[in-house]
Design a protein around this ligand. Structure first.
Ligand SMILES: CC1=C(/C=C/C(C)=C/C=C/C(C)=C/C=O)C(C)(C)CCC1
Ligand SMILES: [Fe+2]
Length: 377
């Protein structure tokens, strides 16, 4: 595959994302077929799988937290780490003017600078860094879902303001709802993370205390309920005024599944499954669509071929990601002694990789006009 061919197809995919009904020139039907299949494999079916898992999720609060830790580790091993491991190829694939060398160089520098800053922040101010990480994940997981809805071509979010509200709701489900429903386990994870850096007995527990004041929890719960109702209500108004109802129904269905999931399941288990099955898979789908070879496999109905191509690109830096986890593990003052420490170290390493990952994904969002829904219509 030449670079020119690769970028040409990426451009057509970009237009397809803006308006799935209108491909730009080359083989619009193929782009539509790829979009439809990717949405089915990487978003709709996993959402149904999460709905089917609800009864299991509902009993996880009865299990020890280590079950959640093992699930989180498995999900991160299987797809979580890999979903960010082709970031170095994203500029190449989504912008015709970017060379492979420049793509890798720019993304490497962004990762080194922003990732280093995050680790430094955890050493300097662990509680603030933890809060920042929650806020960043809220933003990023919301951003990922809005992009998935855009790829699916939903019609009820025609303005960037409505998409921002959807982002707040979608990101708040994994980050805010567990705080409302299961504050003890949420707090435990916060203490594990902060405890990597504040080693004195009881210091971490005291430091995170203000985050778990009843007012914070009630505020997050009320805010999330209000934002969800507002988003669903505004979408309904759009449908009443003639916009397609299918995308809105799907949005509402996904919101119901996610609300139930995060209300019922134990937080570490819930977030671990969500990260792999929902956020990471949706992003992998998006990456398949900007890679012409993977996308043509997808449009031919070849899920294994599309995934194999993604896996080949992602393998080296997936391994690199686990090296980052190891590096954080050996450098934290408290050391790693228990499963909780392993989760905490993984989360600090994930935080360091998430800030640069968000920079890359935000750049991709801009290229694909995710936040300017009516551009080009
Ligand atoms: C595990 C866990 C938490 C935090 C998880 C986070 C913040 C994960 C971020 C992952 C990212 C950003 C992946 C990349 O896309 C909480 C909510 C503190 C408490 C419940 C258990
Ligand atoms: Fe991500």
């Amino acid at each position: 595959m030449t670079e020119a061919a690769s970028t040409g197809a990426a451009e057509s995919r970009t237009a397809a994302t803006r308006d799935p009904g209108a491909g730009a020139g080359d083989a619009p039907e193929a782009a539509d077929a790829a979009n439809e299949r990717v949405d089915r494999w990487f978003a709709r079916r996993p959402a149904l799988a999460l709905a089917a898992l609800l009864p299991i999720g509902a009993v996880t609060p009865l299990f020890p937290v280590e079950v959640g830790v093992a699930t989180f580790a498995l999900g991160t091993l299987a797809v979580g780490m890999a979903h960010g491991a082709v970031d170095h190829l994203v500029p190449l694939r989504a912008d015709p003017s970017v060379s492979l060398r420049r793509s890798i160089a720019v993304v490497s520098v962004v990762y080194a600078v922003l990732g280093g800053a995050v680790v430094a922040a955890f050493f300097a101010a662990p509680v603030a860094a933890f809060v920042g990480f929650i806020a960043l994940t809220w933003l990023h997981w919301g951003q990922g879902d809005v992009a998935a809805l855009a790829i699916a071509g939903v019609d009820h979010l025609p303005t960037s303001a409505e998409r921002w509200l959807a982002l707040v709701v979608r990101g708040g489900l994994p980050m805010g709802v567990p705080l409302l429903a299961h504050p003890e386990e949420y707090r435990l994870v916060a203490e594990w993370i902060v405890g990597l850096f504040l080693v004195d007995a009881g210091a971490a527990a005291a430091a995170v205390d203000p985050l778990f004041a009843p007012g914070v929890r009630v505020g997050v719960g009320v805010g999330m309920a209000a934002a969800t109702l507002a988003s669903v209500g505004l979408g309904y108004r759009r449908v009443r005024s003639g916009r397609d109802a299918g995308g809105w129904r799907r949005d509402v269905g996904e919101l119901a599944v996610l609300w139930a999931w995060f209300l019922l399941a134990a937080p570490v288990f819930a977030v671990g499954v969500y990260f792999a099955l929902w956020h990471a898979l949706r992003h992998v789908g998006r990456l398949v669509l900007v890679d012409p070879e993977a996308a043509s496999a997808a449009s031919a109905g070849d899920a294994v071929g599309a995934l194999a191509r993604f896996g080949r690109d992602a393998a080296p830096l997936t391994l690199g990601g686990f090296l980052v986890v190891g590096a954080v593990g050996v450098s934290v003052p408290a050391g790693v002694a228990a499963p909780g420490d392993l989760l905490a170290v993984s989360l600090v390493a994930i935080a360091a990789m998430t800030l640069p990952h968000v920079a890359v994904v935000t750049w991709l969002d801009r290229r694909q006009a995710v936040w300017r829904p009516d551009a080009g219509r």
